[in-house]
Design a protein around this ligand. Structure first.
Ligand code: FAD
Ligand code: EPU
Length: 336
């Protein structure tokens, strides 16, 4: 366990924006965490960070930042068709996807390359290329700061939705997720429906459909499309794709016939990247920040951006998109 006081947070999150925390503690086991809590050793308020790839600190943190480094992947159940895996929450998500792909376990290969830790995965129900973590979650195990007890929630009680779960709502900022249990298939279940993945596979004469091959295809798509946070600070998609009623979508289609939408029941998910691009914001730089030239959903830090500059850009984008399309896009990134 390592602890620091009055520390610069910029290397603990992928936007790399400067801000400070009163205290920072790196924990490597659940026991360490429970000892700190039981002995009331941490300055409040406490915020948990995994890889810091979905956060923006708009000011200094007046309490403790707890960096979660509790690692480990344990096979806890196996049948002819399935495996159950208990993953300690500080394990890197991409380490898990690599492990599962190499063992021939299906279900998370399309989510290869998502930065951050496994403990954060259920919080916004991470997803990419046609898969979401809710499809494989069996249970989430966490410490509840409010009741001061360890609890388990089964998938059905996690209220998963698109970039949403109970951990962002009712249980917001009151949990420390210490492990998740996932169930993966040993029977091949390739999911190659997502347009850019299908296109990538079509460019190969006889595409190999193994978890490892799909993982590699996804990693290549992502490297071409998204900025590397070590080079250009960012937190992935800054905004969520908005979901609007089908009737509103049909009205918009009359004015903007090529507006991309994905209908589910009587709601339609609209591409926020498209809305932002059509509002004139793709690849625009404003001082030390801007939108990425290949994917305008991603706001970037050109080096010395402040959280204020990033939030100012975000606000301008939200206003322009709302004026043009009457749709209010919302941040995906957790702002502290
Ligand atoms: P952090 O940023 O550290 O934390 C995020 C939130 O979760 C915070 O509120 C934090 O307090 C809370 N939290 C973290 N760990 C715990 C815990 N153990 N217990 C309780 N609360 C916790 N996301 C996608 O869904 N799909 C993508 O394709 C995708 N691509 C990305 C690409 C890039 C280049 C980047 C930078 C980000 C991308 N993201 C994507 C967003 C991000 O990777 C995910 O949200 C990821 O799950 C965040 O993990 P983290 O460990 O970095 O969480
Ligand atoms: N598009 C544009 N202009 C662009 C880029 C995209 O108009 O510059 C439009 C196109 O119509 C394209 C569509 O947007 O077909 C979808 O683009 P993409 O496949 O890049 O997906 P996205 O909806 O922009 C979402 C997630 C990503 C995830 C990808 C792949 C959200 C907010 N973002 O992006 O997740 O990797 O799908 O599944 O849902 C993240 O959450 O941080 C993240 C990166």
């Amino acid at each position: 366990m390592k602890s620091y006081t009055n520390i610069d947070l910029s290397k603990y999150h992928t936007f790399h924006v400067a801000s400070r925390a009163t205290a920072l503690v790196e924990i490597e086991s659940l026991q360490q965490f429970l000892t700190l809590i039981t002995n009331n050793k941490l300055t409040h308020p406490i915020v948990i960070l995994g890889g810091g790839s979905n956060v923006l600190f708009k000011e200094d943190w007046p309490g403790t930042v707890l960096i979660n480094k509790i690692q480990g992947i344990d096979l806890v159940g196996e049948t002819d068709d399935f495996v159950s895996i208990l993953v300690h929450s500080g394990t890197l998500w991409d380490e898990l996807t690599a492990y599962c792909a190499s063992h021939g376990y299906w279900g998370i290969e399309n989510m290869s390359g998502i930065p951050g830790t496994c403990g954060a995965a259920p919080i916004q129900n991470i997803g990419a290329y046609g898969q979401e973590v809710e499809q494989v979650i069996e249970s989430v195990n966490f410490f509840d700061f409010k009741t001061a007890e360890c609890r388990e929630l089964k998938k059905a009680d996690c209220c998963f939705g698109y970039r949403d779960s109970i951990f962002k709502n009712e249980l917001r900022n009151r949990t420390f997720i210490h492990s998740i249990q996932i169930k993966l298939s040993k029977i091949p279940t390739p999911n190659v429906s997502y347009p850019s993945l299908a296109e990538k596979l079509q460019s190969v004469a006889t595409p190999e459909l193994t978890p490892v091959a799909l993982r590699e295809a996804i990693l290549s798509i992502r490297t071409n499309k998204l900025p590397d946070p070590d080079i250009l600070g960012n937190a992935g998609s800054f905004f969520k794709n908005p979901i609007i009623p089908l009737d509103d979508y049909k009205k918009l289609q009359r004015e903007f016939p090529d507006i991309p939408g994905f209908t589910e029941m009587n709601m339609v998910k609209i591409s926020a990247a498209w809305l932002i691009e059509k509002s004139g914001w793709k690849g625009v730089r404003m001082g030390n920040t801007g939108t990425f030239h290949k994917q305008p959903l991603v706001l970037v830090n050109y080096g010395n951006a402040t959280a204020g500059e990033i939030l100012d850009l975000a606000r301008k984008i939200i206003e322009t998109v709302e004026k043009k399309f009457q749709i209010k896009i919302e941040p995906e990134v957790q702002i502290y």
